[in-house]
Each structure stands twice: as C-alpha cells, then as structure tokens.
Design a protein around this ligand. Structure first.
Ligand SMILES: [Zn+2]
Length: 111
C-alpha cells in the first residue's frame, strides 16, 4: 500500500543537496545576479573609459567605500526617464556620483 517511489526519494535528495550548496554562497539568488550584472557593467565601463571618472577625470579603483570607487552613473537619471541599461551608463567615481545625486534638481517639484 505504500506508494513510496525510490526514484522520487533519490530526486529529493539531489534537490536538497543542490539547495544546500546554494546556501553556502550566502547570497539570495536574485541579489547575487543583480550584483554580478553591476560588477560586469563596471568592468565594461572601466574598459570603455580607460578607468577614468568622466566627471573629474581621476583614476577610479575597486576599493569599497573609497571616494574613487568605480560606480555606474546614469547618463540620463532614472528619475528623468533614463533606462537602467548599459547604453545609459558612464563611469564615475563614488564621490562624483554622490555629489551629482545631491545636486540634482530633481527635488524641485514646484509646478
Ligand atoms: Zn569623479
């Protein structure tokens, strides 16, 4: 009467194993994919712009939290209808990107 299928048992075990391996990386799958895409884009931007910030011309680096850390700067801000695609990205250092974001006249909504 028991309808335990040995095949199914093996399959479940395999699935569990795959999931366990995934958990080792620590990152949720979606977040990881997103981060990987950003990393790839930054690599391409560094190549495209010769590793220099388009705004201040300084050499960027990949040091986390450094003012010269390479960042993806949106040529047309997302808030202005720009797209989150590689075509709309340029290389900017973290400092310039933040300064640009802070001075963006986006907050002016006095229509
Ligand atoms: Zn800069």
């Amino acid at each position: 009467m028991h309808s335990h299928s040995p095949m199914r048992k093996i399959h479940t075990k395999k699935d569990r194993h795959a999931q366990a391996q995934r958990e080792v990386t620590g990152d949720p799958v979606l977040g990881k994919e997103h981060a990987n895409r950003h990393k790839w884009e930054i690599k391409q931007l560094i190549r495209k712009y010769g590793g220099k910030c388009v705004l201040c011309g300084e050499q960027v680096n990949l040091v986390h939290d450094d003012p010269r850390q390479a960042t993806r700067d949106h040529i047309i801000p997302l808030s202005k209808g720009g797209r989150d695609t590689f075509d709309n990205l340029q290389l900017a250092c973290s400092q310039c990107n933040q300064a640009k974001g802070a001075t963006l006249p986006d907050t002016d909504t006095s229509l």
